[in-house]
Design a protein around this ligand. Structure first.
Ligand SMILES: [Zn+2]
Ligand SMILES: [Zn+2]
Length: 267
């Protein structure tokens, strides 16, 4: 399969000039997949991504969970997909405890947005996804529940890709990603904090909901993937810290990279 993966938003929580919040696209001949709709979705309006919007493929948007840094971009959709048929795939209610239709309609309405979801110039269908395999746009997508502050899900597309963000370190992820080419995994902290008694409380608490670069690298090694992309980087940590995270991960899994927003990997 001929597929291109682009991280449009490599950061978590707060968008910065360099790193918008989480959004990725997987561009395939069959369909355009979008994983999460953080502020990074805005980058689809950049000239370089115009061909992605013009191709008449099915567009499927998958949501890992409902935290705002992953859904803020839903209100940007009319700017890029006006009148296009869109499928939105949030996790099913039994995974998150929240009814998908109710939850999304509760956010995209007045006074949070000038128009309610139904009034936007979009042809959007909400199609929740349960755990397990699904055929979406002619492609096999598997869904797996993860451990996070609120439950989230990871996505596997054929043997190409696993997208696992907003998850605590989870031993099930390596089995889920076994044999894929590329694992895209969150990394919120380096990992050195774990053994350091001086680590501030907030960094310790991060382990409950998030993964360190070292843990992500161990997961990639266990899964036998070719490449690990660290994503959902912490905006309060500077470039130097992110560089340190990369080095820490590469010691455990040499095929680790950090991408810039908009950078593409051929799969
Ligand atoms: Zn997040
Ligand atoms: Zn989250």
């Amino acid at each position: 399969m001929n597929a291109k993966f682009t991280l449009l938003g490599t950061g978590g929580w707060i968008p910065t000039d360099r790193r918008e919040t989480t959004c990725a696209i997987l561009s395939m001949p069959e369909a355009l997949f979008i994983f999460d709709a953080g502020t990074g979705l805005s980058r689809l309006l950049e000239e370089r991504f115009r061909p992605e919007l013009e191709l008449g493929r099915e567009v499927h948007i998958f949501l890992s969970h409902y935290h705002l840094d992953h859904i803020a971009g839903l209100v940007y959709l009319p700017a890029m997909f006006k009148s296009r048929k869109l499928y939105l795939h949030p996790p099913a209610a039994h995974i998150t405890g929240s009814d998908p239709e109710e939850t999304i309609n509760a956010i995209i309405r007045k006074p949070f947005n000038p128009q309610a979801l139904d009034d936007l110039p979009l042809d959007l269908s909400i199609v929740p996804v349960c755990e397990g395999p699904h055929t979406v746009g002619g492609v096999t997508v598997q869904i797996r529940k993860q451990i996070h502050a609120d439950p989230s899900v990871a996505f596997r597309v054929n043997d190409l890709l696993v997208f696992a963000t907003d998850t605590a370190d989870d031993e099930g992820t390596a089995a889920f990603a076994m044999g894929v080419k590329m694992l895209v995994h969150e990394a919120w902290i380096d990992g050195v904090e774990e053994d350091d008694p001086a680590t501030e409380r907030i960094a310790r608490e991060a382990y409950i909901a998030h993964t360190s670069a070292r843990q992500a690298a161990a997961c990639a090694a266990g899964a036998g993937v070719e490449k690990l992309v660290l994503c959902h980087l912490n905006p309060l940590r500077g470039a130097k810290y992110h560089e340190q995270m990369l080095l820490s991960a590469q010691k455990i899994f040499p095929g680790t990279v950090i991408l810039e927003d908009g950078e593409t990997v051929e799969l």
